[in-house]
Design a protein around this ligand. Structure first.
Ligand code: TYD
Ligand code: MG
Length: 458
């Protein structure tokens, strides 16, 4: 019997070597070589049990002409949770593979169990748990009030036996919680290693594609790198969802990082309660429970996440530094961007902060990645620096360029509507977003450059 050949692959650059070494000879990174099955060497043969690795789950495909390919696919099926459907782009597409990543304890299993319970009303479902026992899942279901759901459970973590059960049960939706606990006998490395995660996931992906089963893989992200992060899987799957939020805050955001069937950066918002996750359908108000309207260093930003405007509070603290290199700390924002903005404010608005520590934080554990936050960040910083509050009822958005100009941002009208809806009275926004707006309730100040914005705000 031919012996399956193992190779050592670098997790950074992907180069393969016959022997393990401490340093990858290709990219020079240390400790990145991991054991893997050599694909070229393990060609399936009937005498090779490892051939199972290549087995098909459907009849062999034939070449088809593009126009003859049937595109009449089954409609998307709703998960029962509107916020989750929104992130998925309208529901689950048959045969799609979804990766749900997030920190341990953030609520992935809770979300999965809740949506599977709802899904099982009209779909056949199989929930494979490699982390908890069936009793633990049942207890959790009781707590969530879904103990009567018609849901098939399997507590196992051996890939081959999971696939056998899936082939026998033919579920419409298969969930594996979590991919890091699975192992295949064809590899000797421990569950959770890059090789195991990649191998088990690719077999499940193939199963899903060939049988048109919706496969949801749950994956933990760890900072220590003890378990292979789900990042190695991102290119294999159709949709990547990340569950974000602070452990000690009740709010949880679910964000689409990649989606072959919908918009990326769409977010869904949930609140973790003692009876599981509850959908938050009007989230823009929840992050701005401000205690004091004229607090210094605080600005309400009109941000846009996917197709949804979201109002968040940006807070800044500027304080005399005792360090040679003053600190620039951001939470929920891009640190490099802050450094750039501080240079712009020095050159184009005449405030030098070179001897000040600058801290900027987005309240509620929200992460804001878009440049439309620039103006709000700078106004918060300047408000703290000058110890002057901003006008009450003010909201802000706008990108700042290196020449100090305030640039238009996308979806200006949606942002304005949201500001109006939430009862704000003033808005500072880019001149370039002005066309077509008419608002009677809102005092809109359009600005072309940073200086104008600062003059109005203070
Ligand atoms: P869990 O779904 O197990 O996290 P993950 O699968 O991402 O590791 O969620 C665990 C956390 O959620 C745990 O800290 C307890 C909390 N929780 C609630 O607050 N309410 C609930 O109803 C449930 C089931 C969990
Ligand atoms: Mg879990």
């Amino acid at each position: 019997m031919a012996k399956a050949k193992t190779v050592y692959a670098c997790t950074s650059c992907g180069a393969q070597f016959p022997k393990w070494t401490g340093q990858c000879q290709d990219c020079g990174d240390w400790n990145t070589l991991q054991e893997e099955l050599g694909i070229a060497k393990s060609i399936p043969s009937s005498s090779n049990p490892k051939a199972a690795r290549f087995e098909g789950f459907a009849p062999k495909a034939d070449v088809q002409k593009l126009p003859s390919v049937s595109t009449q696919s089954a409609p998307r099926s709703g998960t029962g949770l509107k916020e989750l459907d929104r992130v998925l782009g309208g529901g689950l597409v048959p045969g799609s593979i979804i990766l749900l990543g997030g920190d341990p304890g953030i609520g992935k299993s809770t979300l999965i169990l809740q949506s599977l319970a709802l899904l099982s009303e009209h779909k056949s479902t199989l929930y494979v748990t490699g982390e908890e026992s069936a009793e633990q899942v049942a207890l959790r279901a009781q707590r969530l009030g879904v103990q009567d759901a018609d849901l098939a459970l399997l507590a196992d973590n051996q890939l081959e036996s999971i696939l056998d059960v899936a082939i026998a049960h033919k579920p419409d939706v298969l969930v594996v919680d979590s991919i890091q606990t699975l192992y295949t006998d064809t590899l000797q490395s421990a569950p959770g290693s890059v090789a195991q995660v990649r191998e088990t996931a690719s077999r499940l992906v193939r199963y899903g594609k060939q049988t048109k089963t919706i496969v949801i893989l749950v994956g933990h992200v760890t900072k220590e790198g003890a378990l292979a992060g789900p990042r190695v899987l991102e290119h294999m799957v159709d949709t990547v969802l990340y569950f974000e939020g602070e452990q000690n805050s009740t709010f949880r955001l679910i964000r689409a990082i990649k989606n072959r069937f919908g918009a990326v950066n769409e977010i869904g918002v949930f609140a973790m309660t003692d009876a599981g996750l509850k959908e938050v359908t009007n989230p823009s108000a929840m992050f701005i429970k401000r205690t004091q309207d004229d607090a210094t260093g605080s600005v309400v930003l009109v941000s846009q996440e996917g197709t949804r405007p979201l109002l968040v509070e940006v807070q800044a603290l500027v304080d005399q530094s005792s360090l040679a290199n003053p600190r620039r700390v951001t939470v929920g924002l891009d640190n490099q961007r802050l450094s750039m903005l501080l240079a712009v404010v020095n050159r184009h608005a005449g405030f030098s902060l070179y001897d000040q520590d600058v801290f900027v934080n987005v309240i509620g554990g929200v992460k804001v990645h878009e440049p439309a936050a620039d103006l709000a960040i700078l106004l918060a910083v300047l408000s703290s620096f000058r110890n002057r509050g901003l006008p009450p009822g003010l909201a802000v958005f706008g990108e700042i360029g290196l020449t100090g100009e305030v640039r238009p941002v996308q979806r200006g009208l949606d942002r304005i509507k949201e500001v109006e809806k939430l009862g704000f009275t003033r808005l500072i926004m880019p001149q370039g977003n002005k066309s077509g707006i008419k608002s009677s309730k809102l005092d809109i100040v359009t600005v072309n450059n940073l200086e104008q914005a600062v003059r109005y705000a203070f």
